[in-house]
Design a protein around this ligand. Structure first.
Ligand code: NAG
Ligand code: NAG
Ligand code: NAG
Length: 385
């Protein structure tokens, strides 16, 4: 039977729940900083942890096979910061899900931006998106948020499915608004754990370096932390209470409810709105982010922020990693970002006439087959000059 009844989960409940889980929290991070990476704190790591979603994704199914010499696998994955590589060793069984989450985040980013000048395309190295994301743009903010959202998603589900040794079904307390007759107790997605783990793993790289207060580097780091949090919260915010009827032929004499992740597309749509409403910020001398234009509202933890203007995505520029929009398909009749005038940045477009074969005029014959004709349709494809 279909699941039914959905409630908005209250954020305050959630924050209280996560406080109960203290595991990868400050203590561990302090420990990591003191004993592992303090000496190397000045070396920026090349690449990003999101590389786990692109390369080295399969290895976690059978990590023993990949250990080369005495070097543990976690130190060989390019893109992990020293702290992340330590957490990787401690939570090896989580890493396949971190990779899965990153991969899902990247795929969603590409879907959300498929009709835009910057289309979230990836490159073949551990930076994943190429140098373009070293600019603290609105787009970089979105990429960080959606990747963090993906990891919360994948880890929360993995807990529920019993795939991780350190977590299981959600232990969130019963929502107050839930009908008294209904049972709270199905196995729910453990977003409390997913959130905490992701916070530890994704944010550690921003916390293990010491930046000069008020410097551009510190500003970027604060921006990443803010957007990582917004991404994690997006997954939480979209999580619902879901219930199911039991009983003889749908009599619904018994109702059980649990916490359930939404579809990842819903999270992507939500973050895309946050991208559109993103706030430009700057780092001040006290080492805090502040809104650049004081007449704008201070963003909440759910909003996305950025510190740099977006680069020119119109023309190819290998220095900054912009691919340009030459050759991109566009829509001649659309006024939106996918329309040829915006997509091609005023350079004009080429038109190619082709035909597509389609099944058409289908008839249903009793019983049971469908008969179709093949139609040939002329289409025009437009691509940017
Ligand atoms: C590439 O971008 C950089 C930084 O914005 C700029 O200085 C440079 O002139 C650009 N190069 C080209 C070929 O447009
Ligand atoms: C993004 O655009 C580039 C050209 O700018 C194209 O080569 C690439 O296939 C596109 N990627 C996706 C994921 O749509
Ligand atoms: C092009 O844009 C128009 C207007 O927004 C829309 O109706 C049409 O479906 C689009 N065509 C394609 C192929 O996406």
């Amino acid at each position: 039977m279909e699941n039914m009844w959905y409630f908005e989960k209250v954020d305050k409940d959630f924050i209280r729940e996560t406080k109960k889980i203290g595991f990868v929290s400050k203590i561990l991070i302090c420990w990591l900083l003191l004993f592992s990476s303090a000496g190397r704190a000045a070396t920026p790591s090349i690449g990003t942890w999101m590389n786990l979603g692109v390369q080295g994704y399969e290895v976690w199914r059978n990590p023993q096979l990949y250990v080369v010499g005495a070097q543990p696998l976690c130190t060989q994955i390019p893109g992990l910061s020293p702290g992340q590589s330590k957490l990787c060793q401690l939570y090896q069984d989580h890493m396949g899900f971190v990779g899965r989450g990153a991969r899902q985040g990247i795929a969603e980013c590409q879907w959300q931006f498929r009709n835009r000048r910057w289309n979230c395309s990836t490159v073949q190295d551990s930076t994943v998106f190429g140098p373009i994301l070293s600019i603290g743009s609105r787009e970089a903010g979105f990429a960080h948020a959606i990747a963090a959202a993906g990891v919360v998603y994948a880890v929360s589900r993995a807990c529920r499915e019993g795939q991780l040794s350190s977590c299981g079904c959600s232990r969130a307390s019963r929502p107050k608004s839930l009908n008294k007759e209904w049972i709270w107790g199905g196995c729910g997605d453990n977003v409390e754990y997913g959130y905490k783990f992701t916070q530890g793993f994704v944010d550690v790289r921003e916390r293990e370096r010491n930046y000069r207060r008020g410097s551009a580097e510190q500003g970027r780091s604060l921006m990443n932390l803010h957007n990582n949090e917004a991404g994690r919260r997006a997954t939480i915010k979209k999580t619902r209470v879901t219930c199911k009827c039991h009983g003889v032929s749908g009599s619904c004499s018994l109702v059980t409810c649990w916490q359930q992740l939404s579809s990842f597309r819903e999270i992507g749509d939500y973050l895309k709105d946050k991208y559109d409403g993103g706030t430009e910020v700057k780092v001040n001398r006290r080492g805090r982010l502040q809104v650049k234009n004081p007449s704008y509202a201070v963003p909440t933890a759910n909003e996305l922020v950025f510190i740099d203007e977006s680069p020119d995505y119109c023309i190819q520029n290998t220095t900054i990693g912009s691919q340009g929009t030459v050759g991109r398909p566009c829509n001649r009749t659309s006024d939106g970002m996918d329309g040829c005038s915006l997509m091609c940045c005023g350079r004009g477009y080429n038109t190619q006439k082709t035909t597509v074969k389609e099944r058409c005029k289908c008839k249903f014959h009793w019983c049971c087959h469908v008969e179709c004709k093949t139609c040939i349709r002329n289409v025009e494809l437009h691509t940017c000059k």
